[in-house]
Unconditional design. Structure first.
Length: 184
């Protein structure tokens, strides 16, 4: 898919983002190239916005949300090794993605709420330790298919872990993989 000035206007891109695009690109650009350029220019939020505005099928967004949740799961499990709720939510989301039955949706929903509860409980701790709970938020987002929320949670947890730049690039690559998966 190509992105151009017209698409950005139709989607009501912010003025700063639109100006950034116009200064760099005189013509259409492949969306994957644009996502990488935005991330490298430290406009990860804009990259996430573009990705969410593409209107992909839920399954593609769900796969992306699962990847984001998996990215930060080790941060959560290091802090809370006995709390399996985020891991169970991710597994339930994967099961739904493979086989989207009502039973799997109900299981994913229950597991997602449990992961959300785990992250909310962990958020009571002071400082950036609370961001480790983003694995729970990302797992919750994974079951619900809230891709943007999962990416935000993963980036927040990565920031807490001290590797935000690397994590944002990984998340952008997850976006690109989700786009390519839809073409197969």
């Amino acid at each position: 898919m190509k992105i151009n000035k017209k698409w950005l206007k139709e989607k009501s891109a912010c003025s700063e983002g639109y100006e950034w695009f116009v200064k760099r690109y005189k013509t259409d650009i492949d969306v994957c190239e644009l996502l990488l350029a935005l991330t490298k220019d430290e406009h990860f939020d804009w990259a996430r916005w573009v990705f969410l505005e593409l209107g992909l099928p839920k399954k593609q967004y769900m796969t992306f949300a699962i990847k984001c949740a998996e990215l930060v799961l080790p941060v959560f499990e290091k802090k809370y090794p006995l709390d399996a709720r985020p891991r169970l939510a991710i597994e339930a989301a994967k099961n739904w993605a493979k086989n989207p039955t009502r039973a799997n949706a109900a299981a994913a929903s229950a597991a997602g709420y449990a992961a959300y509860a785990a992250s909310a409980a962990a958020a009571g701790y002071a400082g950036y330790a609370a961001y480790a709970a983003a694995a729970g938020y990302a797992a919750y987002a994974a079951y619900a298919g809230y891709a943007g929320y999962a990416a935000y949670a993963a980036a927040a947890a990565a920031y807490a872990a001290g590797d935000a730049g690397d994590a944002k690039l990984k998340i952008t690559k997850f976006m690109i993989a989700a786009l390519k998966a839809g073409k197969e």
